[in-house]
Design a protein around this ligand. Structure first.
Ligand code: ZN
Length: 121
């Protein structure tokens, strides 16, 4: 097995495992009415550790139908009941785009490592 193959196997394996693991905090956040993609990005960026902030997310429930809703929502996504946002918009997940960028950067870095391994060997 050449160095190139080892690097590709390690980085590829890392990407596959991290992408799969990232579904755990993403699903957890989704169940609390948060952005699945942003939390998946965080999972890609920091791996299994994203479960900790996801687990600590407070659950906001619609006072009308008791479904979990995004704390920034002005209308319940289930029953269309008007909600009073619990917090100012942007205060809860200002990191949405930053976290997505971190996840993509982690993927880009891994891809760059594979390219480097292919080109230089
Ligand atoms: Zn509702």
């Amino acid at each position: 097995m050449s160095t190139t193959q080892i690097v590709i196997a390690v980085v590829g394996g890392y990407l596959v495992v991290t992408a799969a693991v990232a579904f755990i905090p993403a699903g957890l956040a989704r169940s609390k009415g948060r952005s699945f993609s942003a939390w998946w990005g965080l999972g890609m960026a920091i791996g299994i550790f994203a479960i900790i902030p996801a687990a600590l997310l407070p659950v906001h429930r619609c006072p009308s139908c008791r479904e979990t809703v995004n704390p920034q929502a002005s209308t319940c996504r289930y029953c269309r009941n008007p909600l009073t946002p619990a917090v100012p918009v942007g205060a809860v997940e200002p990191m949405n785009s930053a976290v997505m960028a971190m996840g993509l950067a982690a993927i880009a870095f891994a891809v760059a490592v594979v390219c480097w391994a292919v080109i230089t060997h």
